[in-house]
Design a protein around this ligand. Structure first.
Ligand SMILES: [Zn+2]
Length: 107
């Protein structure tokens, strides 16, 4: 996946379109991610000994194809490219400003 945890992304499709957030979980096999504060759904929680009951908002996983990475360098939503260095390491690359992006990818 081209998006990894702690990336900043912009939402392209859906009710949260145009908003940005930080990736807090990734599910590479499902091609899904969880973005902080995005794609919220309301969950009813029953009261228990430890907490009061009520409605809690939680993020739901969304398809990675619905977001664009925001490049930390040029601050623009961008597509991610790949580059392999001489020692065979694979790096992510911003296709707009060609800056190397930090972080390991999972394919
Ligand atoms: Zn860039």
């Amino acid at each position: 996946m081209k998006i990894i945890k702690s990336d900043k992304v912009k939402i392209l499709i859906g009710k949260d379109k145009g908003r940005t957030g930080e990736v807090i979980r990734v599910f590479p096999k499902k091609l899904k991610i969880v973005v902080k504060g995005i794609n919220l759904f309301k969950k009813h929680v029953k009261p228990s000994q430890n907490q009061k009951g009520g409605i809690v908002e939680k993020e739901r996983p969304m398809l990675v194809s619905k977001v664009a990475l925001i490049c930390p360098n040029c601050q623009k939503p961008t597509r991610v490219g790949y580059e392999v260095d001489k020692s065979g390491h694979k790096y992510r690359l911003c296709k707009k400003c060609h800056t190397m992006l930090i972080g390991k990818t999972t394919k």
